[in-house]
Design a protein around this ligand. Sequence first.
Ligand code: F6R
Length: 610
Amino acid sequence: MCGIVGYVGDKAVDTLLIVSLERLEYRGYDSAGIATLNGGKLGIRKQVGKIQVLKEILKEEPLEGQLGIAHTRWATHGEPSTENAHPLTDCKSEVAVVHNGIIENYTEIKKELLREGHIFRTQTDTEVIAHLIEKHLNKNLLVAVQKAVKRLEGSYALAVISIKDPDRIVVARYRSPLVIGVGRNENFVASDASAILNLTSNMIFMEDGQIGFITRRRIKILDREGKPQEKKVKIVKWHLLGGPQRDGYRHFMLKEIHEQPVVIRNVLQRRVSQDAKRIYFEHTNITKEKLLNIGRVIIQACGTSWNAGLVGKYLFEKYLRLPTEVDLSSEFRYRMPVVRGDTLVMAISQSGETADTLAGIRLAKSMFLDVLSLCNTIESTIARESDGVIYVFAGPEIGVASTKAYTAELLALFLLTIYSGRLKGTLSEEEAMRMLEELKKIPYYMEEMLDNQKEVLECAEKYYQSSNFLFLGRKFNYATALEGALKLKEISYIHAEGYAAGEMKHGPLALVDERMPVVCIAPKDSVYQKMISNIQEVKARRGKVIAIATRGDEEITKLVDHTIFIPPIREEFSPILTVIPLQLFAYHVAMKRGCHVDQPRNLAKSVTVE
Ligand code: F6R
């Protein structure tokens, strides 16, 4: 979490940094700040609140300079306040630091520095870095930062400037991403490439343990021991749909919900041949022989990506007959999983930077397992550290609540299943072609659903004041129940539980009374009758049922209070449609409750700390 940018060059440094920072605001938005060096003077503006507030301040009191650093914060240590906002400085305000990550041993370092007479002004863990640098700084900022980071435990991406060494920004990375953008007579640094992609496509992705600096004309990168490292410049082109404009939509989330048909259509065009006989994956880097020899799959991910992984488990087991586990990365990384050499570990991540998911990948690699990731963000750390990657190509997702990345992840799992099923012979060519033909209809179905939001709006109007919700689903739509509940709670702050419908009578049924809205995902599939029984159980306790059902299902409308229809579709693919009304429902409820949809409280888009 937290976003960092830095710039050295001729452009108006404060404007450039603020524009780049806005592209990182999804990483955190409780406070923001900027520091520049101008003729040997350090200027700092920082403020609690969104970047817009900082922008207003800069309008009144601009900051000039030859270089600068900026930060948008998601608080870990110390409440969101102007004082705790970055950049943070040393005792004499000669050094300014922006940091993403967590310094785990900061209490110990702070005690030591206090004993030495340093004066602390904030409750942050980051402040120790500024004082450590101060302690070691003579004239060479690089050397001082090298010495300082040797003391740090935890994770950090750092950008540091100082009036004592005023021509450069010193950068360091350990377990938090940092990328250097290469320009002409100017250079950049950022937490991720998207912040500076409008300024340059030439990127150097720093590796863990590296430290270095940028000046207007130079870039230097060293390893932990101080040995110069090769600068591997990658050309990053990401001119996909989307981007940081809302294009007339009130919120990014709404825009991203509406982009889903286009995303699905584009991916199908890119990955499936016209005659529906071939599927293309460019970067899997896993040979067909290896794929054939996989004996077990562990999918590890967090949040919405985990929910997509759950659908993956059901797909792989049904069509590939592969034992598949889906684990939360934060559990997987600490639970000493038992693996065999033929286990494939799959990570799923929109951002490609989630700290726990990345740790899961590193654990898998330490056990010599192959790692194949499904990722949205091109050249993200997860994409780079995995053996192979299947990009889901949803385009930049800015709204904190994941929507189009989820359905793009599902599509990637559908395609991977069909591809592997053909390879293993568990799927016939005819069946695979039928499945692909059906996938091609999905964008049209999505458009149809997005064009008619009447029932969703009615339900939002009726229930937006409820304090609790249950979401029930079975089999492929168990994941939809979890995802529907997650969307609602994260953006509307309503308590919502997603359950496998069969589990209802093992506890949650006790919650049901006439005040409890229960969203039942009940398309016409192999568990339809079971869902109908569950709906009846809810109705018998006077619960209010909103059913997500298959168009033409008259039977269900007689049973429930509200029905939202989806077009008929094969059950394995249904989660890609059933989730759409739930995304819209969460959005409209949040709007009615006056919540900040794109930037819900306490959350950040990219969870780069544990
Ligand atoms: C929910 C949401 C989060 C993320 C989770 C994993 O809408 O966005 O639950 O899904 O933080 O993030 P990624 O997919 O970036 O690893």
